[in-house]
Design a protein around this ligand. Sequence first.
Ligand SMILES: [Fe+2]
Length: 407
Amino acid sequence: MQQRKRLDSDNHIETWSLPSLLGGMSTDYFASDFLDKNYLCVKGGLGREQADALFSLEKLDRIITSSGVNNPQVEVIKNGTVERSPSLRTARGFLNVPYVLSLVNEGCSIRIRSVDDIDPEVADLCRDLSKELNANIAANLYFTPYKQPGFNPHFDDHDVLIVQTAGKKKWKIYSDYEGATALPPRGQVFEKEVNAPGHVLDEFVLSVGDVLYIPRGMMHAASAEDDGSIHLTLSLNWTTWAEFLFELVATEVMNNDCYRKTITDVHFRIGDISGDTLSEAQKLIQNLSQEEYIRNCAADIRHSYIQKVKAPTIRSLTSLTQRAWSMPNSRIRLRNNALYEVTKNNDDVPEIIVHGENVALGPTGKQLIEELIGGAELSVGAIIQQHGEESQSLVDSLLAAGLVEIC
Ligand SMILES: [Fe+2]
């Protein structure tokens, strides 16, 4: 796959990719040598200026201190755990900014969960990576004040990619932990009383632009160095073999009546199994390995992912206020990071699923979509001229759904 690292006129990354975070390391090399296996620290993986543009202290300041912030995503971390004090919110439910700042002054950290929901640059980063890696990716932001601990030693049930965007943070990676499970399944939580960390395997400081990958299940801890530290933690939710096979079995065994038959073997009912029943079980399991079932399952997983992805409508308002929205002299193109699926509805009419929205296409719409997917930049005026006035509302729908943008 071609490595993409396009910079816009302000020297910011226009299209994010894993190599653009890992100092040019190819995604294939990362997958073969580090994914699921080992942590990876890339010094200067991202340029200093690009890291700063991604998330600065000023940006955090704006989000936290804006009066009337009613944002349940903002949390305070005290002594390594999430602070639950009711004083964090005012009686009207807004963030109690003076109280939050007093806690920061005492050394508490701030976490903004799903910061990609509220910040356009981080949203672009997550969406581009999601598209490249075919994984669900979201971002939390952490601010830790001067020389304070962040989180105590723990492991996560998903892979993380940490991007240092301000200050410095010291990280510790541990060799192992009590009761360790290799590649813990989603939902397996760290238990402080049970999972005591082993010895420190490595210790290093992340500076602005450094990037760290930690596979799920690897014990780690962090604390700020001088100045306040800001880092983004991207959660990488790939599909595992276990999840894939679970989905395949769950779908196919319920859809096919040969699996719904009763097991008649009397021995089976008393906890034993006859030779015939064993052969039948093996035959049914073998039957599940058909290529058609495997392809259908992969398509189902992709489909449910597309249904859940949030629309990338960021900057649509700018287009609208510049009066460029769907005017005859506007040109549209497919959004670089759009996630979609072209399909047919129950009446066999072509439609496109974009971020959970189903947009009916019809024959002209299908042709239009194919041209856009092929990379065409189309003038709205020319589209209307070719496909009639009704194509205007289709263009509006595609713009609103975030599939296309004004170029
Ligand atoms: Fe963690």
